[in-house]
Design a protein around this ligand. Structure first.
Ligand code: TXA
Ligand code: MG
Length: 366
């Protein structure tokens, strides 16, 4: 057990964190996407503490965080042209590249894979910490495995208090969803996890970009799933083909009360919520909705049970609020949550990827 310290990211606090990292400890730190739980990426024993603190399955690889381009060559081999162009366009930023792994990277942190995920975060605290530690930092999101990723120091504390010694508090994260993961080891770039760098943005730099068929299979299965709790949904959950980012196969991002997404054309959404609410009579239902749907239902549902994500058109804001919104239900003692299925264009792909996972692929179409 630790008594977990939360410190503002002063030079002294960053030095204290770096000393912990150099000594083989773990530290939570802010990035522009979500908070990470870092350890020396070359030290398997230190990285084992990450898995332990999070309760993370050991086959789920960690990504390495670097502070400058030269650090990439310490961990990756044969960096292709395509990767260089993506780095020039998006590093530092919310993009993780999957590259061939150097032997220096312990197998224990890559889940036994021949590849390694690497990213350069666009956050001054993260960059200063990596520089001070002097090594690439292995860092998954700083949540308990399966919970929504933390976008504030408080959310890290809620999950990991007593399990880690130090959290650097850099305030709320700017993007709020994790980095886009792109595999650049093949002919064409493949998105393994959608994120703030959208497919459209990637295609402007490297031409056609594919979506991991494992993700698409999950999508198709989700579409095949009819009832909220029906057999089809269970089959879909079981059958969803394992995606290539190993972590994407686990239940994820889940609030404590079960979430079901309601999908309908915008004009029919309020009616869909009314119907689902009527059918759930007797249950205390929380709503996770756009400002528009919240406005349409105002007066019909107790205000304290409505969590607003933002205006439908403001995807940046919705992404930034998403995990805090999911976590906020843990304090509301609701029996279940109905969430609004949002548009999947642009950043919407990443938002809906996380929402569907949080819902365990329970989607009701109206
Ligand atoms: O924005 C982010 O990426 C955040 C911040 C902290 O940097 N980190 C993050 O890490 O989301 P994590 O561990 O929660 O998610 C990393 C994902 C997992 O799904 C993992 O399976 C996948 O990346 N991954 C890691 N290495 C991989 C590899 N070599 N090939 C395929 N997928 C990989
Ligand atoms: Mg994670």
């Amino acid at each position: 057990m630790f008594s977990t310290k939360v410190l503002p990211p002063t030079a002294a606090a960053i030095e204290e964190a770096a000393a912990l990292l150099r000594a083989g400890g773990v530290v939570a730190f802010p990035t522009e996407t979500v908070y990470g739980l870092g350890a020396n990426g070359f030290d398997p024993a230190a990285c084992a503490k990450i898995y332990e603190a999070k309760g993370r399955p050991s086959d789920n690889p960690l990504i390495l965080h670097i502070a400058h381009r030269a650090m990439l060559d310490e961990v990756a081999l044969d960096v292709p042209e395509m990767a260089e162009r993506l780095l020039a366009a998006f590093a530092p930023g919310p993009l993780t590249l999957v590259l061939r792994r150097r032997d220096a990277v312990p197998l224990g942190i890559t889940g036994g894979l021949a590849t390694v995920g690497v990213r350069m975060p666009e956050n001054d605290v993260a960059l200063a910490l990596i520089r001070a530690a002097g090594v690439p930092l292995a860092a998954p999101s700083a949540n308990t495995s399966g919970r929504p990723s933390p976008t504030t120091a408080q959310a890290v504390l809620d999950d990991l208090a007593g399990r880690i010694p130090l959290i650097l508090d850099g305030g709320p994260c700017r993007f709020g969803v994790e980095s886009t993961i792109v595999d650049v080891t093949g002919e064409a770039a493949v998105i393994l996890r959608p994120g703030a760098i959208t497919r459209e943005m990637l295609e402007e730099v490297v031409g056609a970009v594919q979506l991991d068929p494992g993700l698409a299979a999950q999508e198709r299965m989700a579409q095949a799933a009819k009832g909220a709790d029906g057999e089809a949904a269970d089959d879909a959950r079981a059958a969803a083909r394992a995606p290539r980012a190993p972590g994407m196969k686990y239940t994820h991002y889940a609030p404590r009360a079960p979430l079901t997404l309601l999908a309908a054309p915008p004009a029919a959404l309020a009616a869909a919520f009314r119907r689902a609410l009527a059918e759930a009579e007797g249950k205390t239902v929380g709503l996770l909705v756009s400002d528009e749907t919240a406005a349409a239902l105002a007066g019909e549902v107790e205000e304290s049970r409505i969590v607003r994500l933002g205006a439908r058109g403001d995807q940046r804001r919705i992404a930034a609020r998403l995990y805090e919104a999911l976590r906020s239900f843990d304090g509301k003692s609701v029996d279940c949550i109905f969430g609004e299925a949002l548009d999947e264009a642009g950043l919407g792909l990443a938002i809906m990827n996380r929402l569907k996972k949080a819902a365990g692929y329970r989607i009701r179409r109206f």
